[in-house]
Write a protein that binds this ligand. Structure first.
Ligand SMILES: CC(C)(COP(=O)(O)OP(=O)(O)OC[C@H]1O[C@@H](n2cnc3c(N)ncnc32)[C@H](O)[C@@H]1OP(=O)(O)O)[C@@H](O)C(=O)NCCC(=O)NCCS
Length: 200
């Protein structure tokens, strides 16, 4: 008889970083989500409902985020800065056999340009590769999304190439740049280690 399939899931954690935390969403976040997801720049790069409503935010928190974790497919976290919702970040399309996952994110307009998304990506991806035993975190940026490319690069991801015609945004189909972070990328270079002796 075949062995029963075991669903592997991410730990339901809150991760603390410098000046930010990654925590589960709650209903108290609904208005802030609706506002950030209606923002023009967010709408430009993510295929979210066009008129993003509080009901869309409720579905995201109460249905999507819960299903992602329960099914083992991923983990959705709120980025919190100074007690305020600063964005969303997730892991998705996780393959527990191949030990691969993908990350995605948006930042609330008020926090942009302060390095918060870069820090959040590095924190969540490092955790996935260390605590959760994964071997590869993928990140896909739509062609022309300079801000997201900067985040990927500054968070230590390596640019691998182009997935042609692989993405969909409101403007239509787009090529995606494929980035990845693997455990070897987390080992500090000798210069980094010398600058920060406490680091592994
Ligand atoms: C892309 C996005 C997440 C960046 O968030 P952020 O919190 O501003 O990012 P950071 O502050 O960590 O920025 C990292 C770097 O990118 C640069 N950057 C951010 N937005 C930029 C933009 N629109 N154009 C050029 N550079 C940008 C920052 O200046 C910083 O570089 P620096 O440290 O050399 O100055 C945010 O603009 C956003 O939510 N966009 C809409 C949704 C989206 O594109 N999601 C990603 C889909 S793949």
């Amino acid at each position: 008889m075949p062995a029963a399939t075991q669903t592997t899931r991410f730990d339901d954690v809150t991760l603390e970083g410098e000046g930010l935390s990654l925590r589960p969403f709650t209903d108290a976040d609904l208005d802030a989500i609706a506002e950030a997801c209606a923002d023009e720049e967010t709408q430009r790069w993510l295929p979210l409902p066009r008129t993003y409503s509080r009901d869309d935010a409720r579905w995201f928190v109460q249905t999507f985020a819960v299903a992602q974790r329960d099914s083992g497919a991923g983990l959705v976290r709120a980025i919190e800065v100074d007690g305020r919702l600063a964005g969303a970040i997730d892991l998705k399309k996780t393959n527990w056999t191949a030990r691969t996952t993908e990350t995605g994110y948006w930042a609330s307009p008020w926090v942009r340009g302060r390095g918060v998304t870069t820090a959040a990506v590095r924190l969540l991806a490092s955790w996935a590769l260390t605590d959760q035993g994964l071997e590869r975190v993928e990140l896909l940026t739509a062609m022309g999304n300079t801000g997201s490319e900067r985040v990927a690069d500054k968070a230590g991801f390596q640019r691998e190439g182009i997935a042609r015609n692989a993405g969909v945004i409101h403007a239509g189909r787009v090529d995606l740049t494929v980035w990845s972070l693997v455990p070897a990328d987390l080992i500090p270079t000798p210069d980094e280690a010398a600058a920060e002796p406490g680091r592994r």
